[in-house]
Design a protein around this ligand. Structure first.
Ligand code: NDP
Length: 451
């Protein structure tokens, strides 16, 4: 059994059976058996079934939000927003089965056409930071394209994924189309990676595990998409609306207690504006409401586990240049106060490694070229922000940054209808938007002779 904890109390929230190799093999076998019938479902009918699933999830939205808030320790307001995105994601991809268009290509002697074929059984391995949201980003396009899925949630947060399996069945999807195995990554996850009947792995998690997945998948030439870590830059120029940039900066890194691959954890500030920016940032960080995830006004909850807290705390030792420290409850729960380090050199460990907790590093820069150089001086390239009133500069910097998802005068970069994914060691492939379907289909080329 897996004892699932509630990070805000350290109490056991649920006990669920732990899947091992045998259960994983059984789930793959069910998915493989269901595949021929699911891919043959007419596109309009597959769309209707995905819409039914979206409706069923919407009906259970509040309950799922509460479960996610308790299990992942995230503020209930955030969890509600995430469940709305889950519903929207299934609705969005319900539009896909009837729009999986092919092409005709002019060739001599006949007609050449392309088809987007499903891959078969796809293995989906997801983390604990946005459990059902990230699962939906993978499950919805995979199903829309005609694949069947085996979803492996993180052992720390399996509860909403297990609900999804039940909800999909109740919404009318055939048995075996959506399968969930709640087991350890090294066992259930590893088995999916090696299984000869799994055509593809879509993974979100650490760069280290992602590297192992790419290696493991090579054995059977599996398709792989990877959404990995980040160390994204929030670049604030002196000509920006500094008060707005500073007011928005805390939640761009402390949202989800910093456990977000998009966290703008390196705040690059033009040196001439540093003092003004820091003064406004201090007010914003000290005003953050850290506490009970189920309290409607909470903006930041605890970390996911004792281990995560220990790993985050190691970045704030006695020598760390702590400039601002917010508050955190002093009671059981994996709490850590929002913390801003300043000044930090881009060579420091806090600026190079994904801390995955509420610790931000402020790094001063001198001019545009320096900002671009510092922002790109990382192995990662997932997201980032640019704050300036100079539109041409914003676009110049946006084109120069080696990162997959950027926002100008905003810190939001994840939308159902737009592509999401990383450059460099932040990953391979894109999720969401029309691009995700490329990751769940093979292009087939057919030539039909007419002479
Ligand atoms: P992991 O990358 O270990 O976990 C992500 C998922 O992969 C989980 O479902 C996990 O299963 C599974 N997994 C772990 N090991 C294997 C394996 N050998 N084969 C197959 N699947 C595996 O992240 P952690 O939970 O360990 O977090 C550690 C760090 O990773 C964080 O501090 C953060 O820096 C980064 N991270 C980044 C995320 C992102 O969104 N970019 C998300 C989560 C973490 P299980 O946990 O059940 O063992």
């Amino acid at each position: 059994m897996i004892s699932v904890l509630e990070p805000a109390t350290e109490q056991v929230l649920a006990e669920v059976p732990q899947a091992g190799v045998e259960e994983t093999d059984a789930a793959v076998a069910r998915a493989l058996a269901a595949f021929p019938a699911w891919r043959a479902v007419a596109p309009g009918e597959r769309a209707a079934q995905l819409r039914s699933l979206a409706d069923a999830l919407e009906e259970r939205r509040e309950e799922l939000a509460t479960l996610e808030a308790r299990n992942a320790g995230k503020p209930i307001a955030d969890a509600r927003g995430e469940m709305a995105m889950v519903v929207d994601t299934f609705r969005y991809y319900a539009g896909a089965p009837e729009r999986l268009l092919g092409e005709t290509i002019p060739v001599p002697g006949g007609v050449d056409m392309t088809f987007r074929e499903p891959l078969g059984v796809v293995g989906l391995i997801v983390p604990w930071n946005f459990p059902l949201t990230i699962a939906s980003w993978k499950v919805a396009p995979a199903l829309a394209a005609g694949n069947t899925v085996v979803l492996k949630p993180a052992e720390l947060t399996p509860l909403t994924a297990l609900e999804l399996e039940r909800i999909a069945l109740a919404a009318g999807l055939a048995e075996g189309v959506v399968n969930v195995v709640a087991g350890p990554g090294r066992v259930a996850g590893q088995r999916l990676i090696e299984h000869p009947d799994v055509a593809k792995i879509a993974f979100t998690g650490s760069t280290e595990v992602g590297r192992g997945i790419a290696q493991g998948a090579a054995g059977t030439i599996k398709r792989v998409t990877l959404e990995l870590g980040g160390k994204s830059a929030n670049v604030v120029f002196a000509d920006a609306d500094l008060e707005r940039a500073a007011a928005a900066a805390p939640l761009a890194v402390f949202g989800n207690a910093g456990q977000d691959c998009c966290a703008r954890s390196r705040i690059l500030v033009e040196r001439s504006a540093l003092d003004r920016f820091m003064a406004a940032l201090e007010v914003a960080v000290e005003g953050l409401r850290v506490g009970d995830p189920l309290d409607e006004s909470t903006q930041m909850g605890p970390l996911i586990s004792a281990g995560q807290r220990e790993s985050v705390a190691a970045y704030v030792d006695g020598d760390a240049p702590v400039a601002i420290r917010g508050s955190a409850p002093e009671r059981p729960g994996f709490w850590f106060p929002p913390t801003v380090l300043c000044p930090v050199s881009n060579d420091d460990r806090a600026a190079r490694e994904e801390i995955f907790g509420p610790v931000a590093s402020v790094i001063p820069f001198v001019d545009e070229a320096d900002a671009v150089r510092l922002a790109n001086d990382t192995i990662y390239g997932l997201s980032g922000s640019i704050w300036t009133r100079d539109g041409a500069k914003a676009l110049r910097v946006a084109r120069a940054l080696e990162t997959g998802v950027l926002s100008v005068n905003s810190n939001t970069s994840v939308r159902v209808g737009t592509p999401f994914g990383g450059f460099k060691q932040s990953g391979v492939g894109r999720e969401l938007g029309p691009h995700a379907l490329d990751a769940y289909t093979e292009v087939k080329n057919v030539f039909y002779a007419t002479e």
